[in-house]
Each structure stands twice: as structure tokens, then as C-alpha cells.
Design a protein around this ligand. Structure first.
Ligand SMILES: [Zn+2]
Length: 260
């Protein structure tokens, strides 16, 4: 019998769940192949060579063997980055899991997205360096939408396409971003958007994560930006989950039935 085909990936570990008697089913977001779920056989046994190498929020070099039923197996995992500063701080690790959850939600199986991979790694590093900064999470949320092709329009009205000039703008993820004061499409999710919030969103859009100045935002402005981005993330995540989950569930059931 031909040996199983093996391949190598660079990956972030998003989560794992117990699988079978001593295995783990691990969700990776890989640089080369997008999201992958693979079985780490025997990884819950204390003498497994994989013990300690498959913790969530870890970047690894992976070797995988193609399973006969389509569910691949982890044959080796070499640590690249453990994000130790992030794991030393409860607030930071909570933010790290939020990043992993969103990458899991927006990442697709069999659809590589290298910008998303690099964004997630950069965000985990930034959170570890400054666990108190909320702005690095806002940056991650906005750029997550951008690299997923779902960036809200911040420069022109999504209805009339006129450049936005200072005024009473509004925002809605349903219509794709900002609206000028004259355009009023029937939409239940329109929210007011302050000029200051628009400026901060544009600044986040145009900056590199490492370049984000330590902006001091008032509580109300920080809350407004957080709320606008959360609304956008939830809107698109619902759609993403609806479109992905059925296919992914089918995919997983198909693999599980052959594997068992
Ligand atoms: Zn307009």
C-alpha cells in the first residue's frame, strides 16, 4: 500500500476538542491552505510527542499526513512562536481567544487567506506587548473585514457615491458602510456616526498595526467605535456562519464517517 501523502504548513492553532479515546481534533488556520481541521492521534496521552505542541494560540510548523478518509493527521508540530507574553496575562489571553474565534468564524476551509493569517499573528503579538490597548483589537476587527473582502466604505456615501464631507453621517453594515445626510435607505440597522469616530476608523484603515499611535480616546468615542465594529462583525459573521457552517458540517460528517 502506498504511504500516506504528507504535506507541511505554517499554522496558528485556534482550538482543539477531545476526539475519540485519546485523540484531539485540532482547528488550525494555516498560511498555505486556510482553515484545516486535523486529528492528532494519541495527543491526550502523557507520553505523546505532540503533548504541549498543540495548545491554542500557538504558531507551529506542521507536518500532516493525508488520512484515507479525508480527515488528515498531524504527524509533527514544531513550535514557531508561543506568544508567551500574551499567555502571561489574563486580559491578554482573553483577547487572544477572541482573535482566534473571529479567525475561525471568518476563515474558510480550502480557501487560503495569507493576509488574514499575517493579521492574526500580528494582532496576537500586539496584544501580548500591550494587553491594555483596546485599539489593537479595533485595528484587528477593521482589518479582518478588509482582508475578508467586507471592508465598510469609509470615504464615500454607499448610496449616492459622493465623497463624505464633515456632517451628520450614519453607518450601516447592511448597506456596506457610511451614508451621507441626504441618503436614507430603508434599513433597520442605521446608526449615527460621529465625525471623530469616522476619523479614527480611517486612521486605523490607513495605518500599520505597529504604527498605531497610542491614541487616547475618550470613553464615549472608544465605545462608539467598538459598537460600530461589533455591529459589522456580527452582521457578517452571521452571514459567514450561515454560508460556511452547512458545508463545513457536511465536510466534517463525511470525514468522521469514514474515519470511524
Ligand atoms: Zn448619499
Amino acid at each position: 500500500m502506498a504511504p500516506p501523502r504528507t504535506y507541511h504548513c505554517e499554522a496558528l492553532i485556534l482550538k482543539h476538542v477531545p476526539f475519540g479515546e485519546a485523540d484531539l481534533l485540532v482547528t488550525f488556520f494555516t498560511r498555505e491552505r486556510g482553515k484545516i481541521r486535523a486529528v492528532a492521534r494519541g495527543a491526550r496521552r502523557s507520553n505523546s510527542k505532540l503533548v504541549g505542541h498543540l495548545e491554542p494560540l500557538t504558531q507551529v510548523n506542521l507536518s500532516l499526513a493525508q488520512g484515507r478518509g479525508g480527515l488528515d493527521h498531524v504527524s509533527q508540530a514544531q513550535l514557531m512562536e508561543s506568544f508567551a507574553p500574551l499567555k502571561d496575562d489574563l486580559k491578554a489571553i482573553t483577547k487572544g481567544f477572541y482573535v482566534a474565534e473571529l479567525v475561525d468564524g471568518f476563515g474558510s476551509e480550502a480557501h487560503p487567506n495569507q493576509p488574514l493569517y499575517h493579521l492574526a499573528v500580528a494582532a496576537l503579538n500586539a496584544i501580548g506587548q500591550d494587553p491594555e490597548s483596546e485599539l489593537s483589537l479595533r485595528y484587528f476587527e477593521l482589518h479582518l473585514l478588509k482582508v475578508s473582502g467586507l471592508m465598510p466604505e469609509l470615504y464615500r456615501c454607499v448610496e449616492c457615491r459622493k465623497d463624505l464631507v464633515p456632517g451628520s453621517h450614519r453607518f450601516s453594515p447592511n448597506v456596506g458602510g457610511c451614508l451621507c445626510p441626504d441618503c436614507r435607505p430603508a434599513d433597520a440597522h442605521v446608526r449615527p456616526l460621529s465625525l471623530r469616530a469616522l476619523k479614527v476608523l480611517r486612521l486605523l484603515d490607513r495605518s500599520q498595526l505597529r504604527e498605531i499611535p497610542s491614541l487616547k480616546l475618550s470613553d464615549s468615542l472608544a465605545q462608539e467605535i467598538k459598537s460600530l465594529l461589533s455591529m459589522s462583525i456580527e452582521y457578517w459573521l452571521d452571514k459567514q456562519i450561515q454560508s460556511n457552517s452547512f458545508l463545513e458540517q457536511l465536510h466534517l460528517e463525511e470525514k468522521s464517517s469514514v474515519y470511524s
